[in-house]
Ligand binder design. Structure first.
Ligand code: C2E
Ligand code: CA
Ligand code: CA
Ligand code: CA
Length: 280
């Protein structure tokens, strides 16, 4: 037994070392990626509930990707947490915001823009005292107007410092920015509390959409969220809509907007532009 324990410990220690080494490599490579701008944005469409997904969407969400010179396209789940911990998300987030607004301005100039572009905001960015000034400068630089930029903040980020968040979010509203609560239902907030935040949109998390037809609890949570959100004057965007049955359920219960593989995957701007031009 003692021998067994020693072996386990040895295994455990080397696994820990491997994880630590991997984490260090990731951090080092991420710093290089920031310096060398190895990031790109993909955009996923958001459609109004009854809309035809062959047409130009109502909005798009900007999703960052890291084009690693050897490893190829790295998804955000692999590097956003490390970027958060190291503070590198600040520079990455600034780049994402600028790039999304620049792309949107180009779409407007070409007469093919959707109504708005949504950008994800991290906890680190929301804590940054310069956030509101930064956003204002980016909007001015690219000539974005009221309602054309939407910022998505996760429930837990907004609720970690509600008082501080309210003030910043109000200042962003004053700039003409729309605000969405992301991943709704995964945190601990109550809608009553949430209503104190100056938000317009609530994004129902994929978690509840996945089994919406088969799991009575998920269906009940989704319907209750839609009812409450609407009674508080909020629009609801459902995330992760993959099947027609999910879409039909959501639409029949009054969901305002849909996002998910059924309607469109995240794609590079150039691919979308080509399609939107052809649709004109
Ligand atoms: P999120 O904000 O909840 O974004 C939606 C994620 O769901 C995206 O993953 C999208 O590709 C994926 N998705 C969309 N439709 C479907 C579907 O029908 N089925 C399934 N299974 N998945 C779907 P992605 O692009 O890998 O991003 C993951 C997360 O990384 C995002 O979750 C967001 O929290 C974070 N993220 C992405 N870009 C940024 C960014 O620029 N800044 C910050 N701070 N976070 C970002
Ligand atoms: Ca999001
Ligand atoms: Ca989300
Ligand atoms: Ca999610």
């Amino acid at each position: 037994a003692k021998e067994q324990g020693r072996n386990n410990l040895q295994y455990f220690t080397s696994a820990l070392n491997a994880a630590a080494a991997e984490r260090l490599t990731l951090e080092r490579e991420l710093r290089i990626a920031v310096e060398e701008r190895q990031f790109e944005l993909h955009y996923q469409p958001q459609y109004a509930a009854g809309a035809d997904p062959r047409e130009r969407p109502c909005g798009v969400e900007a999703l960052v990707r890291w084009r690693h010179p050897q490893k190829g396209l790295v998804p955000p789940v692999r590097f956003i947490p490390v970027a958060e911990e190291t503070g590198l998300i600040g520079v990455i987030g600034d780049w994402v915001l600028d790039c999304a607004c620049r792309d949107f301005a180009a779409w407007k100039a070409a007469g093919i823009a959707p109504r708005r572009v949504a950008v994800n905001l991290s906890a680190h960015q929301l804590r940054n005292p310069a956030l509101v000034d930064n956003v204002g400068a980016v909007l001015a630089r690219h000539g974005l107007r009221q309602g054309e930029l939407e910022l998505e903040i996760t429930e837990s980020v907004a609720m970690s410092d509600p008082a501080g968040a309210i003030e910043k979010l109000q200042a962003l509203r004053a700039l003409g920015v729309d605000l969405a609560i992301d991943d709704f239902g995964t945190g601990y907030s109550s809608l009553v509390y949430l209503k104190r935040l100056p938000i317009q949109v609530l994004k129902l998390d994929r978690e509840f959409v996945r089994d919406i037809e088969s799991d009575a609890n998920d269906a009940a949570i989704s319907v209750a969220t839609l009812t409450l959100a609407h009674s508080l004057g909020l629009q609801v965007v459902a995330e992760g809509v993959e099947t027609e049955a999910q879409r039909d359920f959501l639409v029949s219960h009054g969901c305002d907007m849909l996002q998910g593989y059924l309607l469109g995957r995240p794609e590079p701007a150039a691919v979308l532009e080509q399609r939107w031009r052809a649709q004109d």
